[in-house]
Design a protein around this ligand. Structure first.
Ligand SMILES: Cc1cc2nc3c(=O)[nH]c(=O)nc-3n(C[C@H](O)[C@H](O)[C@H](O)COP(=O)(O)OP(=O)(O)OC[C@H]3O[C@@H](n4cnc5c(N)ncnc54)[C@H](O)[C@@H]3O)c2cc1C
Length: 535
């Protein structure tokens, strides 16, 4: 049992930023929980390419235009404007200031702006190709200096505590749905606790792990999205799962991201026979076309010619020392997998990378449930539309983390007299009668089944038949997993499995419902619309 003013579930850039901004008020009590044993562990940690700043000869209108073009007509104009106008200043204040991150710069201190696909300007700030690690180290170090923030690791959020759902007062049925914290699983003790809070922030990141091929680390299984869905929050754009065009295709190192910055610095995609093919699909953009276009082009080449992968050639575009200096992590990790990227082309395939949909939030990160906020990849602010522009994700987590904190601070400082539920009002977690231990073979087997269904039927190229099949198989599995969950003692793996099947169904149903191909949702049986960008 624990109580705090603000409970933040997740400790990537979005959760950490929310906490840091709230912590500026020394009276505020803030608790962060993360399922990982190391608070740095998150999708943020693995980010390579960088984060958008205000580049040379750049302005918010130019960035807005790039976001809209990549987003295929679905980006929210007001949300994208917030990102474009406020992002660079917050980056300077929070990342360069509070978190003391040092982005790559020349001897005179001028930023070394990177270029990425679908950006019309060089505007990406980076720390080598390990930007995410530098950000997480800076953010966590800054949090450690905040006496009013606690970080609890190996603490998995299980379900949100919402009224009327968990209320003992029948009259709560007549009141708007509201969140009062979360049930939290302590992985060491293997017990579930109530964590009560005046405001709860979901910052649990993405869900790439529900796909067989993904760039995402192990914890990205859609936990927060499933929790929000069970609580009745509004979720939108779930069909827009972004596939990154270039994940390493080498045995034992599958899924390692080969950053878009590699193409930004001149890398060229080739078939295994050595033919550069992107001009056939996107004559204007070629290798720097939006991600959805490049990923589908690769998929098309692989399917048509039976290739198991395509190649990304940077070796013949840049000197070896430049490659090693600009991409030290990619260079070392590929070398460990037996590929010297200064001498040979890199075998790559597309992989699930980013969730553009999520918990619908407003400009302050507020969800459709009172006192529940969502920030970062789990949320849908509308910025990314149907296809995210490279390097906007970290910035979105930063901007909405700061905005959610501002709104929470304002709300809490105005509502000192409002009574909040206490422990007597919220039932404890009930595990009575559960004795069966979770069988890891079942958890792993079911997870792999979900990943295969999603990869084959709800992947880069979809159609009604594949999606119907996926829904039938996922529903069957959902029944099995729900029975498993209700009759077995909890574990982090079982919590993740239950969430994975829930979000897999959400995505598939949204994909079935939307018959228009847009951005990263591509249907072979698409109903056409004006401005189609199909290949
Ligand atoms: C390999 C890779 C490279 C990328 N490169 C870039 C890039 O260069 N630029 C860019 O803008 N974007 C990039 N992205 C995307 C970007 O990194 C993510 O979208 C962003 O970091 C998400 O931040 P977040 O704070 O929302 O979530 P995350 O950083 O994923 O943090 C989620 C947090 O929630 C915790 N959590 C999850 N479930 C639970 C639970 N049930 N209970 C408690 N805690 C939980 C996790 O442990 C973690 O602390 C990349 C992504 C990947 C995978």
């Amino acid at each position: 049992m624990a109580e705090t003013e603000v409970l933040i579930i997740g400790c990537g850039i979005a959760g950490a930023t929310t906490a840091l901004r709230l912590a500026r008020n020394p009276q505020r009590r803030i608790a962060i929980i993360t399922r990982a044993a190391d608070p740095h562990e998150s999708n943020t940690l693995y980010a390579q390419g960088g984060i958008i700043g205000r580049g040379l000869e750049d302005d918010p209108e130019i960035l807005l235009n790039d976001i809209f073009t990549a987003g295929a007509g679905v980006s929210s104009p007001s949300a994208a404007r917030i990102l474009a106008e406020e992002g660079p200043q917050l980056l300077h204040e929070i990342l360069e200031g509070t978190a003391a991150v040092k982005f790559d710069a020349d001897a005179g201190g001028r930023p070394l702006w990177g270029k990425e696909a679908a950006h019309s300007r060089r505007r990406i700030l980076h720390v080598g190709d390990g930007t995410g690690r530098a950000l997480m180290e800076g953010l966590i170090a800054a949090l450690r200096h905040c006496p009013n923030v606690t970080i609890e690791t190996e603490a998995t959020g299980v379900d949100l505590i919402t009224f009327p759902h968990h209320s003992r007062d029948p009259l709560d049925n007549y009141r708007p749905i509201a969140c009062h914290g979360a049930y939290m699983f302590n992985r060491q003790q293997r017990t579930v606790h109530r964590y009560l809070a005046a405001a709860t922030v979901l910052a649990t990141g993405g869900l790439g792990r529900i796909y067989r091929n993904t760039t995402n680390p192990i914890g990205a299984r859609g936990d927060g999205l499933a929790m929000a869905n069970r609580a009745g929050a509004r979720i939108i754009n779930a069909e827009y799962v972004q596939f990154h065009p270039t994940a390493l295709a080498a045995p034992g190192a599958e899924g390692l991201l080969i950053s878009e910055a590699v193409r930004g610095e001149g890398g060229v995609l080739l078939t295994p026979t050595g033919r550069a093919f992107m001009a056939d699909y996107a004559p204007e953009w070629k290798d720097l076309a939006p991600r959805d276009v490049v990923a589908r082009a690769i998929h098309h080449e692989m399917e048509t010619h039976g290739y198991s992968h395509v190649l990304l050639d940077i070796a013949s575009q840049l000197p070896a020392t430049t490659i090693r200096n600009r991409f030290p992590n990619i260079y070392n990790q590929c070398l460990a997998a037996g590929i010297d990227i200064t001498r040979e082309a890199i075998p790559v395939v597309p992989a699930a990378h980013y969730f553009c949909g999520g918990v619908l939030v407003d400009e302050w990160g507020r969800s459709s449930i009172n006192s529940l906020y969502a920030v970062g990849e789990i949320s849908c602010t509308g910025v990314h539309g149907a296809n995210r522009l490279a390097s906007t994700s970290l910035l979105e987590g930063l901007v909405w983390g700061a905005r959610a904190a501002a709104n929470i601070e304002e709300t809490l400082s105005c509502s000192v007299t409002v009574s909040r539920p206490g422990f007597t009002d919220v039932p404890p977690w009930d595990e009575s009668g559960l004795i069966a231990e979770p069988d890891p073979a079942l958890i792993q087997g079911d997870m792999q089944t979900i990943q295969n269904i999603m990869w084959h039927y709800v992947g880069l190229v979809r159609n009604g038949e594949r999606l119907s099949r996926a829904i039938r198989e996922l529903r069957h599995l959902w029944n099995e997993i729900e029975t498993f969950y209700r009759t077995t003692k909890l574990s982090d793996g079982l919590i993740g499995l239950r969430n994975a099947i829930e979000v897999a169904l959400l995505i598939t149903q949204a994909a079935q419902h939307n018959r228009q191909s847009r951005g990263c949702h591509f249907r072979q049986d698409s109903v056409s619309f004006e401005g189609d960008r199909l290949i």
